[in-house]
Write a protein that binds this ligand. Structure first.
Ligand code: GTP
Ligand code: SPV
Ligand code: MN
Length: 588
């Protein structure tokens, strides 16, 4: 059946290692997928939800020790340790193949190995890249079907080529002590064992589309970034596109699908979602930077998603969606999570599968519970979603969760300074990764957990790209998460973030004024539209404040962070840091 000899040989080798009882090629047909859904329902791997209320939807519960990406068990396995850099865990490739080889040995005994050919990006797009994932999990097959383009047509596009990412995944025993997510960028290979959770096992996503792809992008002159892509259409019908990089669980999905505030809606503005997590960026023939979303679905955070905060995301999940680790309403066969509404189900089963009393004080849904939903379900999905050429980008935005230091928005002086602004990003950690929540850590370009090579070289690549793009996007930084002394968010956020995007686009078109501050250009407070908000220009002024004392502390942290990179830190960034320090000192 398989004509590609490289693919055939590799599958045979991996089957010899893992010893499945059978090997099944996923052809992408609805009949095959439906049969797998039925099989997974019968085995209890997924629960069929109410067909009337949530047609085509399922609930899945992962193992209780397996609910988020495991960064301490994620490795970049380059031949030279130095090439993985100081921010990645490293393992020697030989050692990694041996160590994981032992864990994979016989790990699929008695199970089926599914072969999933998938494309990241529209098949036939000059941006697109192909991967094949071998897995013993039906949940992975069904999720990859939502998140990527899969099946026969991918094999046709691959033809006889050996240019595909080889991904091997086995749940094995879901043993947390032996859980490993290993990337071999030099071999186009990913091995993931002992996990069944999203980002660890849907290998097209973070493993391929960011870690492997960032490495390929450096080699091939393009960029793979942890960015949403959205379009803002003005009343004249022109659409301008923006990319934004925020760390995990810091608002990408929400921003990508925002509903404009009334003031813009009534004038005829519209927002289109192209992507909510990953962007692949290439220089177009017109000298601008063009982006595609390599994914085909959304793997979004459930808690906090509701009809007010993100009605588009909620609507997206009303059909053909897999929910992971949310609350099950046993009376209605529906799902619930914290922040959906104020009515937790009466007969509720929590994410662990236990009867749950909402009054217990315990959360019913896991804080990192998620929905896996087809992009085409989204009411505001961009008409350009499938455009193989992508969309031209006017602005790049960086941002994170900062209670104090970072202002609501500022613009970099130029591309080089913009790269500096991205490189000094920091954010409070969230439940998206295992570990402590709420600690400030440096997360350059929101890529700390996802850069597949030395981050100093990654910064150099950004600087290099700036020189190569004749007409580069302008670079900005935002912070929706500044808090008052009681810890409440000051900025209303969500749809109202469009007010900030409007200033950003106006700056790109040379229409808005700005004031120069030590950290970059800021809007005049009155240039952020406040009509319809409960806060006024005074509060905006507060949100834009740059406190030199806090920034002095910040500079200390940046210096410490930069020191890690040694001689592989581009000197341009050190110069930028010195210049920032100088400006801050003068501002005091
Ligand atoms: P990943 O899928 O992990 O990459 O996350 P993401 O960046 O797409 O984050 P998402 O949009 O799912 O938001 C994560 C959390 O942040 C949710 O609980 C949201 O309710 C909350 N959030 C998103 N946008 C805002 C905002 O503008 N203000 C505030 N205060 N919270 C927000
Ligand atoms: C993230 O953590 O940034 C996610 C979810 O988008 S995961 O796919 O698990 O990485
Ligand atoms: Mn993400």
């Amino acid at each position: 059946m398989l004509k590609n000899s490289y693919l055939k040989k590799w599958i045979e080798d991996m089957a010899a290692l893992t010893n499945p009882k059978e090997v099944v090629l996923i052809d992408g047909s609805e009949e095959q997928l439906e049969a797998l859904r039925r099989e997974a329902v019968a085995s209890g791997e997924i629960i069929k939800l109410n067909e009337e209320k949530l047609p085509g939807c399922y609930l899945h519960r992962s193992a209780q020790n397996d609910v988020a990406r495991v960064e301490d068990r994620t490795f970049i396995c380059t031949r030279s340790k130095d090439d993985a850099g100081p921010t990645n865990n490293w393992m020697d490739p030989k050692e990694a193949y041996e160590k994981l080889g032992k864990l994979f040995k016989g790990s699929m005994t008695g199970r089926t190995m599914y072969v999933i050919p998938y494309s990241m990006g529209q098949i036939g797009s000059p941006f697109a890249k192909i991967g094949v994932e071998l897995t013993d999990s039906i949940y992975v097959v069904l999720s990859m079907n939502i998140m990527t383009r899969i099946g026969e047509k991918v094999l046709e596009a691959l033809g006889d080529s050996d240019d595909f990412v080889k991904g091997l995944h086995s749940k094995a025993q879901l043993d947390a002590e032996n859980r490993y997510i290993c990337h071999f960028p030099e071999d186009n290979t990913i091995w993931s064992v002992n996990s069944g959770y999203g980002g660890n096992v849907l290998l097209g996503k973070k493993c391929f589309a960011l870690r492997i792809a960032s490495y390929l992008g450096k080699k091939e002159n393009w960029m793979a970034e942890h960015m949403l892509i959205l379009g803002i259409q003005n009343p004249q019908g022109e659409v301008k596109y923006i990319c934004a990089a925020f760390p995990s669980a810091c608002g990408k999905t929400n921003l990508a699908m925002l509903i404009p505030p009334e003031i813009y809606r009534k004038q005829g503005y519209k927002v289109w979602c192209v992507g909510d997590d990953i962007a692949w960026l290439r220089i177009g023939p017109d000298g601008r930077l063009w982006a595609i979303n390599p994914e085909n679905g959304f793997f979004g955070v459930a808690p906090g998603t509701n009809a007010k905060s993100n009605p588009n995301a909620l609507e997206t999940t009303r059909r053909n969606t897999i929910f992971t680790n949310v609350v099950y309403d046993a009376d209605n066969g529906t799902v619930w999570w914290e922040g959906l509404d104020k009515d937790p189900p009466k007969n509720a089963i929590n994410w662990k599968g236990e009867k749950w009393d909402p009054a217990s004080g315990e959360k019913g849904a896991h804080p990192n519970s998620r929905f896996t939903a087809p992009a085409r379900n989204c009411p505001c999905i961009s008409p350009e979603f499938d455009n193989p050429q992508g969309v031209p980008i006017s602005a790049i935005i960086f941002g994170g969760r900062r209670a104090k230091t970072a202002p609501l928005v500022y613009q970099s002086f130029d591309w080089e300074h913009g790269v500096f602004v991205g490189s000094i990003m920091a954010s409070e950690t969230t439940a998206a990764a295992a570990g402590k929540v709420g600690v400030v850590r440096r997360d350059p370009m929101a890529m700390l957990p996802f850069c597949g090579y030395h981050m100093g070289d990654y910064f150099a690549h950004w600087l290099e790209m700036g020189k190569k793009i004749p007409n580069p996007p302008k670079i900005f930084n935002v912070n929706w998460f500044r808090t008052d002394d009681e810890g409440n968010f000051i900025w209303p956020g969500y749809g109202d973030n469009m007010r900030v995007l409007m200033w950003i686009l106006d700056r790109c078109e040379g229409k808005a004024k700005a004031v120069e501050t030590p950290i970059g250009y800021e809007p005049l407070p009155e240039d952020i539209e406040t009509e319809g908000l409960s806060i006024g220009t005074d509060t905006i002024k507060e949100l834009l404040k740059v406190d030199p004392a806090l920034w002095k502390e910040e500079i200390k942290g940046i210096k410490e962070f930069y020191a890690k990179f040694g001689s592989r830190l581009p000197k341009e960034l050190l110069k930028q840091l010195e210049a920032l320090e100088d400006r801050i000192n003068k501002a005091e």
